[in-house]
Design a protein around this ligand. Sequence first.
Ligand code: ADP
Ligand code: ASP
Ligand code: MG
Length: 411
Amino acid sequence: MSLIVMKFGGTSVGDTDRIKNAAAKVAAEIKNGHKVAVVVSAMSGVTDQLITHCRAISPRFDAREHDAVVSTGEQVTAGLMAMALQQRGLNARSWQGWQLRLLTDSDHAKARIMDIEGDALRARLDDGETGVIAGFQGVTEDGRITTLGRGGSDTSAVALAVALKADRCDIYTDVPGVFTSDPRIVTAAQKMNRVSYEEMLELASLGAKVLQVRSVEMAMRYRMPVQVLSTFANEVGSELPGTLVIEGTKDMEKNTVTGIAHTSNEAKITLARLADKPGVAARVFSPLARAGISVDMIVQTASEDGQVTDITFTVAMGDWERALKVLEDEKANIGFEKILSEKNVTKISLVGIGMRSHAGVAALMFETLAAKGINIQVIETSEINTSVLIASEYTELALRALHSAYGLDAA
Ligand code: ADP
Ligand code: ASP
Ligand code: MG
């Protein structure tokens, strides 16, 4: 008898009928002889609504109270799911993060899981009770409620699977698996049957929100097999119908590019005519780091005269205004002539472990974008990805053209 963690995302539990549908999937796995721990997200739209309420009360809210509010969406779904399971004659109960004791640090709104005291839950599971755990939430050592960052229920699920030594963690969502690109934009995208932890980590970090980045990090660290699959497809009982996120194998390296991700809500900032001398990059990026602003792509242009240079970088749209303010405040210390910035830029990234051993993968990307008249603003490469920054208006065109150029389109 195996133990499976089944996680249902917001759309999968978007209304009471959908909760009943998800409960039927759980019942089917139990009927198949498995023990199940269920992890649920808030019903779709609820977390956004709760965040809006917090902002309406105060733009500078207390992060601890923010988490007290925002975590409630999952509490509701956990109770409703437990009821739906009971309605099917199953023995079930809900668990909040604090009841399990899913311990986190106190970095509210993006807390990290430190430990899960799963003994009580495990004992109940062994007694034949199905546990329904509220995702996204935890508790600090001193008893304050925390949340794990947007999309954090994925991480709750994988962490629980690790703590319970589950055989697998199934992530039920609104698409049938992990695709070669976002299937809502690239209609020719194909579902992958398997994807390596490394590639999934890269895809998730570069914008494929189907799994939260931290959930992939955790799965990779503990070698937990994760399956991404649809809540809405009628495939109960069929063998692993979704995408399995697992250890990479040699034959997975055959394809140079396995997926294309994108991040739309980025902004580009250029500091023009900075003094080209040691310490200048630190004077630009240290104040941004102190303000908690993460910087993504960075390029410094070669200085023509050895006197001045330009630095261009990207930040998340949500940090754009604050970043500009920090830089203006630091203008005298940094010493630049002017700031140029552009809001609507998108980062498009090719991902594949095969890129390590294949030269010239990027050239096709540049040629394909050039043929469509799309200007590349910034280029960045790593061992297993190549990313470019382009104007957001070309996002769909670029994704589709690249998808087809790299032979990823469904036949
Ligand atoms: P949930 O609410 O179930 O957690 P999310 O909205 O967080 O679901 O994630 C699922 C969404 O991720 C899909 O609807 C899809 O639009 C998006 N997505 C982006 N890139 C990919 C990809 N490569 N494969 C599958 N889905 C993707
Ligand atoms: N409800 C949370 C969110 O919307 C967590 C999750 O769905 O994973 O971000
Ligand atoms: Mg999600």
